[in-house]
Design a protein around this ligand. Structure first.
Ligand code: DOR
Length: 443
């Protein structure tokens, strides 16, 4: 089956061009308006932009074990609608994905029910070094240097030194310093004010843990990706990347601040916590000037009933995978960034950080993970329209301009005109870790 996508403004690695893209089977076969390839179907995409599918490298899809909150079938449909064609999922499921066997169990679950492409991190514990050393079929190793949802935590310095020294897979971490969080919690005492969440998990907690991880990475020359950067201080640290370090921003740390607790309460309780508007601006600036390379969601769904419990019984985490691309396209509309920058942060950079083979770009021979976006489309996020199992969004009621309208995963259409149309499953993401990550690959 060959399909020609005509007349779209195509976001290519070297700029935007109005050019035909021919998809054959699972691959991009040709990029050329004069292409003579005979096709079975032609799609006129005039007025739309064609971009590579988004790769969200930080999601929590809760399967197995927590499927009352989310599952792979619902979450992958939310991905397709949101223009996310590949997700990399975190290990704090139940059981925690801390062995090769458990990672492969998740790969099997996804093969059965995910309509987009998938990958699963292996989680570090204080004593699973042997598993981490021989792990395969995974983007990398996730360390919770500071606990969050679930019980994964590696705080002991010796254990961390050994992980950085003895493993070879890319490393990433949740960085909030346990001791600082504990001391803040003790000082603040009993509280039901969710704003205290940002005083307990404060700037210091994030900066100390990020500094600690960066120090380990640099001493052991081990590449390291800082997840969900929330402070101006971490952005400053990441200016010095040593060609080893990369960093990531999440929509909630760009678009929500402590000023929003009054309106949204525990719905926006997150780890790392929300910080100030100045931090929002600093994280945005760090994306623009290249100190942060990636935007991912940290999609962390809980049910509305769980989220509406009084603080601190309320769990941390919010869903975002369904709306993250639109949230950034809305910034394009507002003139704060370009569509090429969005494609860099959400498609190309994550593919390079995790050495994902044949993804993140529109190029001949690359996988046909493609999204048509309408930069003029106005649409309001509504809880009742969400495809996630948790069925709510902290952006409920927000109107955005710029939306994905059609999504293909490996050449197979999965979303069109507001409807999920998938009849096949996504594929396992493949990694070529010998490439050496973001700084070792050309821009
Ligand atoms: O707020 C959060 N919730 N942050 C995380 O890092 C984990 C997540 C979850 O799994 O609920």
């Amino acid at each position: 089956m060959r399909t020609r996508i005509k007349n779209a403004k195509v976001v290519l690695p070297d700029g935007v061009a109005e050019i035909d893209v021919v998809v054959e089977g699972t691959k991009i076969a040709d990029i050329d308006s004069a292409s003579q390839l005979a096709v079975d179907e032609t799609i006129d995409a005039r007025g739309l932009h064609l971009i590579p599918g988004v790769i969200d490298d930080q999601v929590h899809f809760r399967e197995p074990g927590l499927t009352h909150k989310e599952d792979l079938a619902h979450a992958s449909r939310a991905c397709a609608k949101g223009g996310v064609t590949t997700f990399l999922e975190m290990p704090n499921t139940v059981p925690n994905a801390i062995t090769q066997q458990l990672v492969e169990d998740k790969l099997r679950l996804a093969a059965a029910s995910s309509i987009v492409n998938y990958g699963f991190y292996i989680g570090a514990t204080p004593d699973n070094l042997d598993e981490l050393k021989r792990a395969t079929r995974t983007p990398g190793i996730k360390i919770f240097i500071g606990s969050s949802t679930g019980d994964l935590l590696v705080d002991d310095q010796n254990a961390l030194e050994r992980i950085f020294a003895e493993t070879t897979l890319p490393l990433t971490a949740h960085c909030e310093d346990e001791a600082t969080v504990r001391a803040n919690r003790d000082r603040i005492g009993e509280t039901s004010d969710v704003a205290d969440h940002s005083r307990i998990r404060d700037h210091e907690a994030a900066i100390i843990a990020t500094k600690r991880a960066m120090d380990l990475a640099v001493r052991h020359k081990h590449r390291f990706h800082v997840l969900h950067v929330s402070t101006a201080g971490e952005c400053e640290l990441l200016a010095n990347h040593h060609r080893l370090l990369t960093g990531e921003a999440c929509p909630h740390h760009l678009f929500f601040s402590i000023d929003d607790y009054e309106r949204l309460g525990t719905l926006i309780q997150m780890n790392p916590s929300l910080k100030t508007r100045d931090d929002n601006a600093a994280v945005w600036q760090a994306l623009l000037d290249g100190r942060l390379q990636v935007i991912a969601t940290d999609h962390a769904p809980h049910t509305l009933d769980e989220k509406r419990k009084p603080y601190p019984q309320s769990p941390s985490g919010l869903p975002a995978v369904e709306n993250s691309l639109a949230l950034l396209l809305n910034e394009v509309h507002q003139g704060r960034c370009t569509i090429e920058q969005v494609v860099h942060w959400m498609c190309d950079a994550p593919a390079r950080v995790w050495d994902i083979v044949n993804k993140g770009r529109i190029a001949v021979g690359y996988d046909a993970d493609l999204v048509l976006v309408d930069l003029e489309k106005q649409q309001t996020i509504r809880n009742e329209d969400q495809l996630t199992k948790c069925g709510w969004s902290p952006w409920d009621g927000v109107e955005l301009v710029g939306w994905p309208v059609r999504t293909w995963v490996m050449g197979h259409e999965v979303f069109c005109d507001g409807q999920i149309v998938a009849s096949q499953r996504g594929h396992e993401a493949l990694y070529d870790h010998a490439r050496g990550g973001y700084w070792a690959t050309e821009a």
